[in-house]
Structures are given as C-alpha cells and as structure tokens.
Write a protein that binds this ligand. Structure first.
Ligand SMILES: CC(C)(COP(=O)(O)OP(=O)(O)OC[C@H]1O[C@@H](n2cnc3c(N)ncnc32)[C@H](O)[C@@H]1OP(=O)(O)O)[C@@H](O)C(=O)NCCC(=O)NCCS
Length: 153
C-alpha cells in the first residue's frame, strides 16, 4: 500500500483590522507573511522535513484584501528538483457570508528541504498527472528559480 502525499495546502481565515496598513487595505508585507506560511505548509507536507524559503518572486498584487474579508491562500507544489519545491501561491478573498472568492494576488515561492544541519536534503519527486499539473510544471516561473544563481551581492 502506498502513502498519498498532499502537494497543496490552503489556509482560510478572516482578515483582521490589525492587518490593515496606511492604504486602508491589508498591506503587502502581511500578504507576504500569509503566502510564506501557506507555501511552507505545502512544502513541509510534501517533504516531511523542515524547509527554508529560498526564493519569492513574480509577485503580482491585482486587488486589495480588506479587513473582514474571508481570505484563502492556496499553495501547490508543481515541480520538484533534488531538494527544492516550486510552489505557486494564490491569495483570494471575498465576503465571508458567501460568494466566490476573488483572486487578489499571486506569486511563486521556492522552498528547499533541509536536514538537522540546515543542509539541503532530497525530496520525493513530484510527477504531474493531470493536464493542469502538466501545464503548471511547464510555466515560466521555473526559469525564475533557475536564474537565481547568477545573482551576486
Ligand atoms: C536555501 C539554502 C538551504 C540553499 O543552500 P545551498 O548551499 O545554496 O544549496 P544548493 O546550492 O545545493 O541548492 C540547493 C537547492 O536550492 C535551490 N536554490 C538555492 N538557492 C535558490 C534560490 N535563491 N532560488 C531558487 N532556488 C534556490 C537550488 O537550485 C537547489 O535545488 P535542487 O536541489 O532542487 O537542485 C541556503 O541558501 C539557505 O539556507 N538560505 C537561507 C534560507 C533562509 O534563511 N530563508 C528565510 C527564512 S526560512
């Protein structure tokens, strides 16, 4: 019998008045905290080991999240390397009394599974099976992750 490993995590909660910044809506830093938490949950669920965030990019804030909104943050492992997991995340929100949540922002997060010494450790490979998974695995965000080694401080 094989164990089924979840490749996604969804966080659901209400945006609080304390999440609101000067603009009157939830500030970008708070949204990034949510994104990091959701991506971490997806990564740990997949890797079954501690993980660190190596890269956050291609973030697009399409619409604001308002205080009192029901927020959904969905993070999905769509590609794995030896130790890295590429995780697109989508933040949606809407009226908590019902209705369809609207996409507010999205980005790509790359987490790396690490051992007790903080060194990269291997993860099981994600093999896309559905048409959507195959499509996601071919998206250009994978090139963003592989471009990082050219960066020098
Ligand atoms: C991420 C980290 C563990 C990588 O360690 P490293 O010694 O560079 O290891 P490697 O070069 O072997 O890279 C390991 C994997 O990380 C990936 N990686 C490393 N840096 C990356 C980056 N900036 N963007 C995307 N992927 C990255 C590599 O492509 C490699 O993937 P693969 O194993 O799937 O092929 C290390 O840089 C680190 O600890 N960074 C700090 C993390 C951190 O503090 N995050 C914030 C708090 S969680």
């Amino acid at each position: 019998m094989s164990e089924t490993v979840a490749n996604s995590a969804t966080l659901r909660f209400l945006a609080a008045p304390t999440d609101v910044g000067h603009s009157g809506s939830v500030d970008a830093g708070t949204v990034l905290v949510w994104v990091d938490k959701a991506a971490y949950a997806a990564a740990v669920g997949w890797a079954k080991s501690y993980c660190v965030t190596a890269y956050v990019g291609n973030i697009h804030f399409a619409d604001p999240v308002n205080s009192g909104d029901m927020v959904e943050v969905e993070a999905t492992v769509v590609y794995t390397g030896r130790s890295s997991m590429h995780i697109p995340t989508v933040v949606s929100s809407g009226d908590p009394r019902g209705g369809i949540p609207t996409m507010r922002s999205q980005c790509i997060v790359i987490l790396v599974a690490v051992d007790a010494d903080g060194k990269p450790t291997s993860v099981i490979s994600f093999v896309p099976t559905t048409a959507l998974e195959v499509h996601s695995a071919m998206m250009p965000w994978l090139e963003l992750g592989s471009a990082k080694k050219s960066w020098t401080p």
